[in-house]
Design a protein. Structure first.
Lengths: 113, 111
């Protein structure tokens, strides 16, 4: 399907495990973003990428790793999950010249036990 | 960092016009003002974007005063399906590391 898809939609893991959340977009947008959404905090930017092989930190990058070897994919890895990383994670994409119009995926709800 | 402030919640009756204001006192010259709508268990959805003055599309209007330190999203004749959380985002892709959504405004529409 066209658009932006995230997988898995739901994930339960244990403290200390490595977890990778996937994000795939079919629009060839150069910008991609990862946000986390927690009660009382709105959406906070974790990492973003301006193009393949170009990534940069957002507001809350600690404990996360990203890569972008292909334009369409932007995986987010929690190298050693902690309970504080229990959250809903959203991936988004955007094109330059469109201001800050972003297109979001449906989200991944992650629980770290 | 263009921090935004919005009311936490608003209530409206169906058929009324709803205005949600966002305060962004330290908006930068290149920053856009973009509004999103979010339903439960879904990602945010783009509604409208502006830079200055007034912008209107098929679902909403966005009013931006000359000093750009605030903006108002106007939803004409809301329906029950407009019950959602509305977010104001101020920023620019050129400084994407600073993109931060506020805590949003929860709009409840009733009959």
């Amino acid at each position: 399907d066209a658009g932006i898809t995230q997988s898995p939609r739901y994930k339960i893991t244990e403290t200390g495990r490595q977890v990778t959340l996937m994000c795939h977009q079919t629009w060839s947008h150069s910008y991609m973003f990862w946000y986390r959404q927690d009660l009382g905090h709105g959406l906070r930017l974790i990492y973003y990428s301006a193009a393949a092989d170009i990534t940069d930190k957002g507001e809350v990058p600690d404990g996360y790793v990203v890569s972008r070897s292909k334009t369409e994919n932007f995986p987010l890895t929690l190298e050693s999950a902690t309970r504080s990383q229990t959250s809903v994670y959203f991936c988004a994409s955007s094109s330059p010249g469109t201001g800050t119009i972003q297109y979001f995926g449906a989200g991944t709800r992650l629980s770290v036990l | 960092l263009a921090k935004t402030t919005q009311p936490i919640s608003m209530d409206s009756y169906e058929g009324q016009e709803v205005n949600i204001t966002c305060s962004h006192n330290n908006i930068a010259t290149n920053d856009y003002i973009t509004w999103y709508q979010q339903f439960p268990s879904q990602g945010p959805r783009f509604i409208i974007q502006g830079y200055k003055t007034k912008v209107t599309n098929e679902v909403a209007s966005l009013f931006i005063p000359a000093d750009r330190k605030s903006s108002t999203l106007s939803l004409p004749r809301v329906s029950l399906s407009d019950t959602a959380v509305y977010y104001c985002l101020v920023g620019d892709l050129g400084t994407a590391s600073k993109l931060t959504f506020g805590t949003g405004t929860r709009l409840q529409v009733t009959l």
